[in-house]
Design a protein around this ligand. Structure first.
Ligand SMILES: C[S@@+](CC[C@H](N)C(=O)[O-])C[C@H]1O[C@@H](n2cnc3c(N)ncnc32)[C@H](O)[C@@H]1O
Length: 177
């Protein structure tokens, strides 16, 4: 089995309104698609509870980490020799850089919220676009994680869990383990 790179996700940007749904989707998408942790500026108790419930039910130990300073997260990532990949519609198309990105064993993937500080573009090792059209951080993150890991994340084993899905053509089969 191919080993997955170590991928962490950082969400940068102030929240003008509470957007728990977007943040929850970012956490769930990061977890399902092979990342090991996400850094958020603020972790609402509801989000922390919901992700730890998902871990307990479906496996794995995905972490949601509160970190007020995105600069500190990037600084620490660089010290750990993580490749810092900022997703932005203004960046270089992912298809032009994906073979380089696949060589990294450790990455920090950065997504923005409503407003991304200019400094992030210069702190990143790569500014990468998933099309040069505006869409959403969750969509951009999902495609970037999938491309960077060459689809291997789809086979990730989440280990011990309370419930496990037995995939079926039709209907639902879930077993308790
Ligand atoms: C709603 S957008 C905000 C766009 C905002 N105008 C900005 O400052 O970039 C939120 C985030 O989604 C991601 N995103 C949106 N479209 C993207 C694209 N085409 N390629 C890569 N990332 C994208 C980026 O991480 C962006 O910061």
């Amino acid at each position: 089995m191919v080993s997955l790179p170590s991928v962490r996700v950082l969400r940068v940007g102030h929240r003008f309104v509470r957007d728990d749904r977007t943040l929850t989707h970012l956490c769930l998408t990061s977890r399902a698609l092979g990342a090991e942790a996400i850094y958020l500026e603020e972790v609402e108790p509801d989000i922390a509870r919901s992700i730890s419930r998902v871990n307990a039910t479906w496996g794995g130990d995905f972490q949601v980490i509160e970190e007020k300073s995105w600069r500190d997260v990037i600084r620490k990532a660089k010290k750990e020799a993580r490749t810092v990949v900022h997703l932005t519609m203004y960046g270089v198309p992912i298809q032009e850089k994906v073979s380089e990105l696949r060589k990294s064993k450790k990455l920090l993937v950065v997504v923005g919220g409503p407003k991304v500080p200019r400094e992030v573009y210069f702190a990143a090792d790569y500014n990468i676009a998933v099309t040069s059209q505006p869409h959403s951080e969750t969509a951009a993150l999902a495609i970037a994680l999938h491309e960077i890991q060459n689809g291997e994340e789809l086979k990730k084993d989440f280990g011990k869990s309370t419930l496990r899905i037995i995939p079926k053509d039709r209907g639902k089969r879930v077993i308790r383990s």
